[in-house]
Ligand binder design. Structure first.
Ligand code: SAH
Length: 394
């Protein structure tokens, strides 16, 4: 198929030539014909010296103006194409996970820019983060039906990054019948998640391995799960033999899921819950001198953009200080950040500073990121957003 040609300006496109899938708006030679292309249109990307980079999805209205999706020129981006790519992404998960609960497609890293697919058995919850995938919703839904024969496909297009692409926010059922709450089995517990109305796509699969790792430190001890959402860390800890777990979250709905998850897992007698602001609740616990063998703090992204970086850094430091104060001697502190804009070195430094302010000698046992169903495109290291640090405190 012959596609419109998108020309890169002389001396531009270095990252794309080296293997990055992104081409920025300032790198493109814009003529009238290019400007008139529909957002999301497929184009052939050609460098100034005539070298073709392949097929991209183009959006003249955004900073990441072209996302390469195939090294072939003239690729047909139809249901069959998406089905092949989704199949390949799923094959990786099928080798690793015994049960069908995982992120099946992680956008650029799975060679499907602008597409996230989370799998809850026969229910799929998807996010379309680029005009190129948004205008191909029907083809993508067809492809998912062909690969998974699902009972429902939920479109969770209610996230901020869509505005950068000029796309509206919406949540809807793209196929099947309303799924309601679904079960997720992970780390020896059964969780309740809500793909239609839960946070993000309904469940945070990225922390699976970190939850399992934290649970190794907790046998016979009490644990605290701050910013617990549905209790991912708490229930993994209970499955790992924690004597009890306390979940703190500001969301009633999240705690409701945690409660039903505890019941589904047979842990309801060992799960405590408090609906509160995390910072206030931590102050409260410290003033009462309550301590835990394991404390996990996994807040929402404090830095939503670059201008938030300094405020966010202060918040991570404060959180580390407060959380450290609730760890018993010899106990474990797990600090997490999912802010894209706070890099690993900065997060480490803020956690170290906060723990020091709490006057707790610490050893760092492990620094990790997201679980392996969230691969990173080797040329987009900045997309590795999750940081998880495990400290033991004297
Ligand atoms: N640890 C969870 C994910 C946490 S997501 C897991 O493993 O799945 C972040 C959570 O923080 C959300 O559930 C949100 O409701 C909660 N939250 C956001 N701001 C808060 C605040 N100020 N105090 C307490 N909880 C808060």
């Amino acid at each position: 198929m012959s596609l419109p040609v998108l020309r890169i300006k002389p001396r531009e496109g270095k990252r794309a030539r080296a293997g990055s899938p992104w081409i920025f708006s300032n790198e493109i030679a814009l003529d009238d014909a290019t400007r008139r292309l529909e957002p999301g249109a497929a184009v052939d990307v050609v460098l100034d010296d005539g070298v073709a980079l392949g097929t991209a999805m183009f959006n003249p209205k955004t900073l990441i103006a072209a996302r390469l999706i195939s090294p072939q020129r003239g690729e047909t981006l139809d249901a069959a194409f998406f089905a092949r790519r989704i199949h390949a992404a799923d094959a990786l998960r099928a080798r690793i996970f015994a049960e069908p609960f995982y992120r099946a497609v992680h956008a650029e890293a799975d060679f499907l820019p602008g597409l996230i697919v989370d799998r809850y058995g026969d229910v799929l919850s998807i996010q379309l983060g680029a005009a190129g995938t948004d205008i191909r919703t029907d083809a993508i839904v067809e492809a998912l039906k062909a690969v998974y024969a699902p009972r429902a496909i939920v479109l969770r297009n209610d996230f901020q990054a869509r505005t950068l692409e000029g796309l509206a926010s919406e949540t809807k059922l793209a196929f099947g019948t309303e799924p309601g709450e679904v079960a997720v089995r992970e780390n020896g517990a059964t969780f309740r998640a809500d793909p239609m109305t839960g946070q993000k796509t309904g469940w945070f699969f990225d922390q699976r391995e970190n939850r399992g790792f934290a649970a190794r430190f907790v046998k016979g001890k009490a644990m605290l799960d701050v910013f617990s959402h549905a209790g991912g860390f708490a229930l993994a800890a209970l499955a790992g033999g924690a004597s009890e777990a306390l979940c703190i979250d500001a969301s009633e709905k999240a705690l409701g899921l945690a409660a039903r998850s505890a019941t589904a897992s047979g842990f309801e007698n060992r799960l405590l819950m408090r609906k509160a602001d995390a910072f206030e609740a931590l102050d409260d616990l410290a003033s009462q001198k309550v301590t835990f063998g394991l404390v996990v703090a996994d807040p929402p992204a404090f830095a939503k953009s670059r201008k938030d970086i300094e405020n966010a850094a202060r918040a991570y430091r404060k959180l580390a200080r407060q959380a450290a104060a609730t760890v018993e001697p010899g106990g474990t502190l797990v600090m997490c950040s999912c802010s894209h804009h706070i890099d690993a070195a900065r997060f480490h430094a803020e956690c170290a500073a906060g723990i020091h302010q709490a006057r707790r000698p610490a050893r760092l046992l492990r620094a990790s990121g997201a679980d392996i169903d969230h691969p990173v495109h080797p040329h987009l290291p900045e997309t590795a957003y999750l940081k998880c640090l495990v400290f033991t405190l004297d």
